[in-house]
Design a protein around this ligand. Structure first.
Ligand code: NDP
Length: 295
Protein backbone atom coordinates (compact mmCIF):
# COMPACT_ATOMS: atom_id res chain seq x y z
CA UNK A 1 0.00 0.00 0.00
CA UNK A 2 1.28 3.43 -0.87
CA UNK A 3 0.03 6.64 0.69
CA UNK A 4 -0.39 9.29 -1.99
CA UNK A 5 1.44 12.37 -0.78
CA UNK A 6 -0.59 15.30 -2.08
CA UNK A 7 1.51 17.74 -0.13
CA UNK A 8 4.70 16.58 -1.84
CA UNK A 9 3.18 16.65 -5.34
CA UNK A 10 1.62 20.06 -4.75
CA UNK A 11 4.96 21.42 -3.51
CA UNK A 12 6.62 20.07 -6.68
CA UNK A 13 4.04 21.84 -8.85
CA UNK A 14 4.36 25.05 -6.83
CA UNK A 15 8.15 24.98 -7.27
CA UNK A 16 7.73 24.60 -11.05
CA UNK A 17 5.28 27.52 -11.12
CA UNK A 18 7.61 29.65 -8.99
CA UNK A 19 10.35 29.03 -11.58
CA UNK A 20 7.99 30.16 -14.35
CA UNK A 21 7.28 33.34 -12.39
CA UNK A 22 11.02 34.03 -12.17
CA UNK A 23 11.29 33.55 -15.94
CA UNK A 24 8.44 36.02 -16.52
CA UNK A 25 10.11 38.53 -14.22
CA UNK A 26 13.46 38.10 -15.97
CA UNK A 27 11.72 38.93 -19.26
CA UNK A 28 10.15 42.02 -17.69
CA UNK A 29 6.65 40.52 -18.04
CA UNK A 30 3.85 40.78 -15.52
CA UNK A 31 3.35 37.99 -13.01
CA UNK A 32 0.05 36.06 -12.75
CA UNK A 33 -2.60 37.80 -10.65
CA UNK A 34 -5.44 35.93 -8.93
CA UNK A 35 -8.41 37.84 -7.51
CA UNK A 36 -10.47 36.05 -4.87
CA UNK A 37 -13.88 37.14 -3.63
CA UNK A 38 -15.06 36.10 -0.18
CA UNK A 39 -18.60 36.89 0.95
CA UNK A 40 -19.58 36.53 4.62
CA UNK A 41 -17.61 34.85 7.37
CA UNK A 42 -18.00 31.10 6.88
CA UNK A 43 -14.93 29.76 8.77
CA UNK A 44 -14.20 26.98 6.23
CA UNK A 45 -14.37 29.47 3.34
CA UNK A 46 -12.08 31.84 5.26
CA UNK A 47 -9.51 29.05 5.66
CA UNK A 48 -9.69 27.99 2.00
CA UNK A 49 -9.35 31.52 0.65
CA UNK A 50 -6.53 32.33 3.08
CA UNK A 51 -4.52 29.32 1.93
CA UNK A 52 -5.10 30.16 -1.75
CA UNK A 53 -3.89 33.73 -1.20
CA UNK A 54 -0.91 32.51 0.87
CA UNK A 55 0.06 30.04 -1.86
CA UNK A 56 0.00 32.83 -4.44
CA UNK A 57 2.45 34.82 -2.33
CA UNK A 58 4.72 31.77 -1.86
CA UNK A 59 5.23 31.32 -5.60
CA UNK A 60 5.40 35.00 -6.52
CA UNK A 61 1.90 35.59 -7.94
CA UNK A 62 0.02 38.76 -7.16
CA UNK A 63 -3.28 38.26 -5.44
CA UNK A 64 -6.18 40.44 -4.42
CA UNK A 65 -8.69 39.41 -1.79
CA UNK A 66 -12.01 41.24 -1.93
CA UNK A 67 -14.10 40.66 1.19
CA UNK A 68 -17.76 41.57 1.47
CA UNK A 69 -20.18 41.12 4.28
CA UNK A 70 -22.96 38.59 3.93
CA UNK A 71 -25.53 41.33 3.32
CA UNK A 72 -23.93 42.50 0.06
CA UNK A 73 -26.54 42.86 -2.70
CA UNK A 74 -26.37 40.54 -5.67
CA UNK A 75 -26.10 43.56 -7.98
CA UNK A 76 -23.12 45.00 -6.07
CA UNK A 77 -21.34 41.64 -6.15
CA UNK A 78 -21.93 41.25 -9.89
CA UNK A 79 -20.57 44.79 -10.42
CA UNK A 80 -17.39 43.81 -8.58
CA UNK A 81 -16.97 40.77 -10.81
CA UNK A 82 -17.52 42.86 -13.93
CA UNK A 83 -14.84 45.29 -12.72
CA UNK A 84 -12.41 42.38 -12.29
CA UNK A 85 -13.34 41.06 -15.75
CA UNK A 86 -12.43 44.46 -17.18
CA UNK A 87 -9.22 44.89 -15.17
CA UNK A 88 -6.37 43.85 -17.51
CA UNK A 89 -4.03 43.21 -14.59
CA UNK A 90 -6.27 40.44 -13.18
CA UNK A 91 -5.78 37.04 -14.84
CA UNK A 92 -7.91 34.74 -12.70
CA UNK A 93 -11.08 35.29 -10.68
CA UNK A 94 -12.49 32.97 -8.09
CA UNK A 95 -15.60 33.44 -6.00
CA UNK A 96 -15.47 31.26 -2.92
CA UNK A 97 -18.63 29.16 -2.63
CA UNK A 98 -21.09 28.78 -0.98
CA UNK A 99 -22.66 32.23 -1.24
CA UNK A 100 -25.44 33.60 0.99
CA UNK A 101 -28.90 32.36 -0.04
CA UNK A 102 -30.06 35.70 -1.54
CA UNK A 103 -27.31 35.59 -4.18
CA UNK A 104 -27.64 33.33 -7.22
CA UNK A 105 -24.48 31.24 -7.57
CA UNK A 106 -25.47 30.51 -11.14
CA UNK A 107 -25.66 34.19 -12.01
CA UNK A 108 -22.35 34.89 -10.27
CA UNK A 109 -20.56 32.08 -12.11
CA UNK A 110 -22.08 33.11 -15.44
CA UNK A 111 -20.84 36.67 -14.89
CA UNK A 112 -17.17 35.69 -14.57
CA UNK A 113 -15.28 36.13 -17.86
CA UNK A 114 -14.75 32.51 -19.06
CA UNK A 115 -11.16 33.48 -19.90
CA UNK A 116 -10.56 34.33 -16.22
CA UNK A 117 -12.67 31.51 -14.75
CA UNK A 118 -9.81 29.62 -13.10
CA UNK A 119 -12.26 27.49 -11.06
CA UNK A 120 -13.62 26.16 -14.36
CA UNK A 121 -17.26 26.49 -13.26
CA UNK A 122 -18.54 28.72 -16.11
CA UNK A 123 -20.89 26.73 -18.38
CA UNK A 124 -18.71 27.57 -21.38
CA UNK A 125 -15.68 25.99 -19.69
CA UNK A 126 -17.71 23.02 -18.43
CA UNK A 127 -18.94 22.48 -22.00
CA UNK A 128 -15.40 22.56 -23.33
CA UNK A 129 -14.25 20.07 -20.69
CA UNK A 130 -17.08 17.69 -21.60
CA UNK A 131 -16.17 18.10 -25.28
CA UNK A 132 -12.51 17.30 -24.53
CA UNK A 133 -11.34 20.78 -25.56
CA UNK A 134 -8.57 22.67 -23.74
CA UNK A 135 -10.13 24.72 -20.94
CA UNK A 136 -9.87 25.45 -17.22
CA UNK A 137 -10.67 22.24 -15.39
CA UNK A 138 -12.26 22.51 -11.93
CA UNK A 139 -9.37 22.49 -9.48
CA UNK A 140 -10.22 19.47 -7.34
CA UNK A 141 -10.73 16.94 -10.18
CA UNK A 142 -7.77 18.48 -12.03
CA UNK A 143 -5.64 18.01 -8.92
CA UNK A 144 -6.74 14.37 -8.69
CA UNK A 145 -5.81 13.81 -12.35
CA UNK A 146 -2.37 15.25 -11.60
CA UNK A 147 -1.98 12.87 -8.65
CA UNK A 148 -2.95 9.82 -10.74
CA UNK A 149 -0.43 10.90 -13.36
CA UNK A 150 2.36 11.63 -10.85
CA UNK A 151 2.03 8.17 -9.27
CA UNK A 152 1.54 6.56 -12.70
CA UNK A 153 -1.56 4.80 -11.41
CA UNK A 154 -3.05 2.60 -14.15
CA UNK A 155 -6.53 3.75 -15.16
CA UNK A 156 -7.16 2.22 -18.61
CA UNK A 157 -10.07 -0.19 -18.55
CA UNK A 158 -10.48 0.18 -14.78
CA UNK A 159 -13.84 0.52 -13.09
CA UNK A 160 -13.98 3.84 -11.26
CA UNK A 161 -16.78 4.52 -8.81
CA UNK A 162 -17.26 8.22 -8.08
CA UNK A 163 -19.42 8.86 -5.03
CA UNK A 164 -20.98 12.34 -5.27
CA UNK A 165 -22.21 14.25 -8.32
CA UNK A 166 -21.60 17.89 -7.42
CA UNK A 167 -20.65 20.32 -10.17
CA UNK A 168 -17.36 21.06 -8.44
CA UNK A 169 -16.12 17.52 -7.78
CA UNK A 170 -18.12 14.38 -8.64
CA UNK A 171 -19.52 15.29 -12.04
CA UNK A 172 -16.30 16.69 -13.59
CA UNK A 173 -14.33 13.81 -12.04
CA UNK A 174 -16.58 11.28 -13.80
CA UNK A 175 -16.13 13.10 -17.13
CA UNK A 176 -12.34 13.22 -16.80
CA UNK A 177 -11.95 9.60 -15.75
CA UNK A 178 -13.98 8.41 -18.72
CA UNK A 179 -12.14 10.45 -21.38
CA UNK A 180 -10.08 8.68 -24.02
CA UNK A 181 -6.56 9.40 -22.68
CA UNK A 182 -4.33 8.81 -19.67
CA UNK A 183 -5.38 9.34 -16.91
CA UNK A 184 -8.78 8.18 -18.07
CA UNK A 185 -10.30 5.41 -20.13
CA UNK A 186 -12.07 4.18 -17.02
CA UNK A 187 -15.52 2.68 -16.97
CA UNK A 188 -17.20 5.13 -14.61
CA UNK A 189 -20.11 4.63 -12.26
CA UNK A 190 -21.34 7.82 -10.60
CA UNK A 191 -23.24 7.41 -7.34
CA UNK A 192 -25.36 9.79 -5.26
CA UNK A 193 -27.89 9.78 -2.46
CA UNK A 194 -30.43 7.87 -4.59
CA UNK A 195 -28.05 5.02 -5.44
CA UNK A 196 -29.45 1.76 -4.05
CA UNK A 197 -26.60 -0.74 -4.20
CA UNK A 198 -23.67 1.50 -3.29
CA UNK A 199 -21.76 -1.15 -1.35
CA UNK A 200 -21.98 -3.69 -4.20
CA UNK A 201 -20.84 -1.06 -6.71
CA UNK A 202 -17.92 -0.01 -4.53
CA UNK A 203 -16.87 -3.63 -4.09
CA UNK A 204 -16.50 -3.84 -7.89
CA UNK A 205 -14.40 -0.66 -8.06
CA UNK A 206 -10.73 -0.58 -8.98
CA UNK A 207 -10.75 3.14 -8.16
CA UNK A 208 -13.04 4.89 -5.69
CA UNK A 209 -13.32 8.67 -5.55
CA UNK A 210 -15.25 9.66 -2.43
CA UNK A 211 -16.71 13.19 -2.57
CA UNK A 212 -19.68 13.04 -0.23
CA UNK A 213 -18.99 15.19 2.80
CA UNK A 214 -19.68 12.50 5.42
CA UNK A 215 -16.96 11.36 7.83
CA UNK A 216 -15.83 7.73 7.45
CA UNK A 217 -18.58 6.97 4.94
CA UNK A 218 -16.47 4.51 2.92
CA UNK A 219 -15.64 1.58 5.19
CA UNK A 220 -13.27 -1.37 4.64
CA UNK A 221 -16.14 -3.78 3.90
CA UNK A 222 -17.02 -1.63 0.84
CA UNK A 223 -13.53 -1.83 -0.66
CA UNK A 224 -11.98 -4.47 -2.90
CA UNK A 225 -8.45 -5.68 -2.13
CA UNK A 226 -5.95 -3.54 -4.09
CA UNK A 227 -8.34 -0.68 -4.92
CA UNK A 228 -7.10 2.90 -5.40
CA UNK A 229 -8.82 5.23 -2.94
CA UNK A 230 -9.09 8.97 -3.52
CA UNK A 231 -10.66 10.74 -0.55
CA UNK A 232 -11.95 14.22 -1.37
CA UNK A 233 -13.97 14.77 1.82
CA UNK A 234 -13.04 17.40 4.35
CA UNK A 235 -15.05 16.94 7.54
CA UNK A 236 -14.39 18.41 10.96
CA UNK A 237 -15.23 16.05 13.82
CA UNK A 238 -14.97 16.52 17.60
CA UNK A 239 -11.72 15.25 19.15
CA UNK A 240 -11.10 15.93 22.83
CA UNK A 241 -7.40 15.05 22.47
CA UNK A 242 -6.82 18.08 20.21
CA UNK A 243 -6.26 21.57 21.55
CA UNK A 244 -8.87 22.92 19.14
CA UNK A 245 -11.33 20.21 20.24
CA UNK A 246 -11.69 18.88 16.69
CA UNK A 247 -9.81 17.38 13.78
CA UNK A 248 -10.20 16.92 10.04
CA UNK A 249 -11.16 13.59 8.52
CA UNK A 250 -12.13 12.54 5.02
CA UNK A 251 -15.05 10.53 3.70
CA UNK A 252 -13.05 7.30 4.02
CA UNK A 253 -12.29 5.27 7.14
CA UNK A 254 -8.58 5.72 6.47
CA UNK A 255 -7.14 3.43 9.18
CA UNK A 256 -9.13 0.38 8.09
CA UNK A 257 -9.33 1.03 4.33
CA UNK A 258 -5.58 1.57 3.94
CA UNK A 259 -5.06 -2.08 4.87
CA UNK A 260 -6.85 -3.09 1.65
CA UNK A 261 -5.92 -0.26 -0.73
CA UNK A 262 -3.03 -0.24 -3.22
CA UNK A 263 -2.93 3.59 -3.13
CA UNK A 264 -4.80 5.92 -0.79
CA UNK A 265 -4.93 9.68 -0.20
CA UNK A 266 -4.84 10.84 3.43
CA UNK A 267 -6.89 13.72 4.85
CA UNK A 268 -5.36 16.16 5.41
CA UNK A 269 -2.42 16.07 2.97
CA UNK A 270 -4.01 14.34 -0.02
CA UNK A 271 -6.46 15.99 -2.38
CA UNK A 272 -6.68 19.31 -0.46
CA UNK A 273 -3.20 20.66 -1.32
CA UNK A 274 -3.62 19.45 -4.92
CA UNK A 275 -6.76 21.56 -5.31
CA UNK A 276 -4.67 24.64 -4.60
CA UNK A 277 -1.83 23.52 -6.88
CA UNK A 278 -4.34 22.96 -9.71
CA UNK A 279 -5.89 26.39 -9.15
CA UNK A 280 -2.42 27.96 -9.35
CA UNK A 281 -1.75 26.06 -12.59
CA UNK A 282 -5.04 27.31 -14.05
CA UNK A 283 -4.11 30.85 -13.04
CA UNK A 284 -0.73 30.55 -14.75
CA UNK A 285 -2.41 29.36 -17.96
CA UNK A 286 -4.95 32.20 -17.72
CA UNK A 287 -2.13 34.73 -17.39
CA UNK A 288 -0.56 33.38 -20.57
CA UNK A 289 -3.86 33.31 -22.47
CA UNK A 290 -3.64 29.52 -22.59
CA UNK A 291 -5.92 26.71 -21.48
CA UNK A 292 -5.14 23.47 -19.69
CA UNK A 293 -4.19 20.70 -22.04
CA UNK A 294 -4.37 17.31 -20.35
CA UNK A 295 -2.45 14.73 -22.42
P1 NDP B 1 -21.90 18.28 -2.18
O1 NDP B 1 -22.62 18.33 -0.87
O2 NDP B 1 -22.18 19.31 -3.22
O3 NDP B 1 -22.15 16.85 -2.86
C1 NDP B 1 -22.16 15.68 -2.10
C2 NDP B 1 -22.57 14.54 -2.98
O4 NDP B 1 -22.61 13.37 -2.18
C3 NDP B 1 -23.96 14.71 -3.61
O5 NDP B 1 -23.94 14.36 -4.97
C4 NDP B 1 -24.82 13.74 -2.81
O6 NDP B 1 -25.88 13.15 -3.55
C5 NDP B 1 -23.82 12.67 -2.43
N1 NDP B 1 -24.27 11.95 -1.26
C6 NDP B 1 -24.68 12.45 -0.08
N2 NDP B 1 -25.06 11.46 0.75
C7 NDP B 1 -24.88 10.32 0.07
C8 NDP B 1 -25.12 8.94 0.37
N3 NDP B 1 -25.60 8.57 1.54
N4 NDP B 1 -24.82 8.02 -0.57
C9 NDP B 1 -24.33 8.38 -1.78
N5 NDP B 1 -24.09 9.67 -2.12
C10 NDP B 1 -24.37 10.62 -1.21
O7 NDP B 1 -20.36 18.22 -1.80
P2 NDP B 1 -19.05 18.61 -2.63
O8 NDP B 1 -18.95 17.78 -3.85
O9 NDP B 1 -18.95 20.06 -2.73
O10 NDP B 1 -17.95 18.14 -1.58
C11 NDP B 1 -17.84 16.81 -1.12
C12 NDP B 1 -16.82 16.74 -0.02
O11 NDP B 1 -15.56 17.11 -0.55
C13 NDP B 1 -17.05 17.68 1.16
O12 NDP B 1 -16.55 17.08 2.33
C14 NDP B 1 -16.20 18.89 0.82
O13 NDP B 1 -15.79 19.59 1.98
C15 NDP B 1 -15.03 18.21 0.17
N6 NDP B 1 -14.29 19.05 -0.78
C16 NDP B 1 -12.94 18.98 -0.71
C17 NDP B 1 -12.17 19.68 -1.57
C18 NDP B 1 -10.70 19.53 -1.48
O14 NDP B 1 -9.98 20.38 -1.96
N7 NDP B 1 -10.20 18.44 -0.89
C19 NDP B 1 -12.75 20.57 -2.57
C20 NDP B 1 -14.20 20.52 -2.63
C21 NDP B 1 -14.92 19.78 -1.76
P3 NDP B 1 -27.12 14.04 -4.12
O15 NDP B 1 -26.59 14.73 -5.33
O16 NDP B 1 -28.14 13.01 -4.45
O17 NDP B 1 -27.51 14.97 -3.03
Amino acid sequence: MQIIDGKLVSETIKTQLAEKVLELKALGKKVPHLAAILVGDNPASETYVASKVKSCAEIGYNSTLLRFDAQISEKHLLDQIIALNENPDVDGILVQLPLPKHISEELVINTIDPGKDVDGFHPMNVGKMVSGLPTYIPATPYGIMLLLEYYQIPTKGKHAVVIGRSHIVGTPMSVLLSRNAYPGNCTVTICHSHTHNLKELCLQADIIVAAIGRPNFVTADMVKEGAVIIDVGINRIPDATKKSGSRLVGDVDFAAVKEKASFITPVPGGVGPMTIAALLKNTYYASQGEKVKLN
